[in-house]
Ligand binder design. Structure first.
Ligand SMILES: [Zn+2]
Length: 81
């Protein structure tokens, strides 16, 4: 399926193990902020229990929470502003 229209749920990931494409980024097990809008997520597939690790844009619904961490990270990265 081509994800050309991502209106409803843009936070879906596909599991590389079983191929299910309904993993939700917000169900992450751990998240490491890389920049203001990018993070390294690790989550467990609810279908096959595989550990999925991926770098994704931070969903808008998580951004508020992430901003605090991003400010800390940004301090060491020469990120303007
Ligand atoms: Zn899976």
């Amino acid at each position: 399926m081509a994800p050309s229209h991502q209106h409803g749920m843009p936070h879906r990931l596909a599991c590389p193990q079983c191929g299910r494409a309904d993993l939700d980024l917000r169900e992450y097990r751990s998240m490491m902020v890389l920049s203001a809008d990018l993070a390294f997520f690790s989550l467990d597939c609810p279908h096959c229990a595989a550990r999925v690790a991926t770098v994704q844009a931070i969903p808008a619904s998580l951004r508020d929470m992430v901003e605090f961490a991003a400010i800390k990270v940004g301090a060491g990265m020469g990120h303007g502003r």
